[in-house]
Design a protein around this ligand. Structure first.
Ligand code: SF4
Length: 217
């Protein structure tokens, strides 16, 4: 991994986002901030990942092996995903997804992380073909996870369901970059007196789809 000052980058993101969030007047503005942040991080990632790094990665559309864990999202991420879905889905597709999301939230609301993995229940946003249906707006923490082996991911998840940890070789630059993006955004939210706690992905997006807030602004 090339040398990169993640602490400095975090502080820069925090300060810049603190200022940007203070100007937010609508949920549409929040989506613009979120898109700007993910674009910035993706550009930074592209600058640092080498061809060799890319060749080592096993992650690809159609896998989705790791998409059966609880994913934590911050409120701007959930708003952005709800708004994206609103623009993508027909009324019937929206109702079908809402039903599926409600079932998921009911199923996972009282289980811990090991039990969640043992259920082997894939993310609501994973298609039958193993593709992420919210890929352009997927959570920061989903972007942080990579692997050099799908088998290693499946083995690690199987053991984690039993309470044991197996290492998965991943790109640490990518992991640190998106983790820092998440933390920088959370800190900026806190600086603006916003709720900076993470929430489970499905429940958080469902709330925004249900309460109709995604329809406003
Ligand atoms: S949001 Fe997409 S990438 Fe993240 S767990 Fe769900 S299907 Fe996988």
């Amino acid at each position: 991994m090339k040398s990169f000052d993640f602490i400095r980058y975090h502080d820069q993101l925090r300060d810049s986002l603190t200022s940007t969030l203070s100007e937010v007047k609508s949920r549409g503005d929040l989506c613009v901030v979120m898109t700007g942040l993910t674009d910035l991080l993706e550009v930074e990632l592209a600058k640092h990942l080498t061809v060799e790094d890319h060749e080592l990665l096993a992650c690809a559309a159609g896998c989705g092996s790791c998409c059966m864990v609880n994913v934590s999202v911050l409120d701007p991420e959930a708003v952005n995903i709800a708004r994206y879905l609103k623009g993508q889905l027909s009324d019937i597709e929206r109702e079908t997804l809402l039903l599926s999301m409600k079932k998921m939230v009911n199923a996972i609301s009282d289980v811990d992380e090991e039990e969640r993995i043992a259920m082997r229940r894939s993310c609501t946003f994973l298609s039958d073909k193993g593709e992420c249906t919210i890929y352009p707006v997927r959570p920061l923490l989903c972007r942080s996870i990579t692997s050099t082996s799908a088998t290693a991911c499946r083995d690690a998840l199987a053991m984690q369901a039993l309470g044991e940890q197996l290492p998965v070789v991943m790109n640490l630059f990518q992991k640190n970059l998106f983790d820092v993006g998440y933390q920088g955004l959370a800190k900026a939210m806190e600086n603006n007196d916003m709720d900076s706690h993470g929430a489970e992905l499905t429940a958080a997006v469902l709330q925004h789809m249900n309460d109709g807030l995604a329809k406003k602004n």
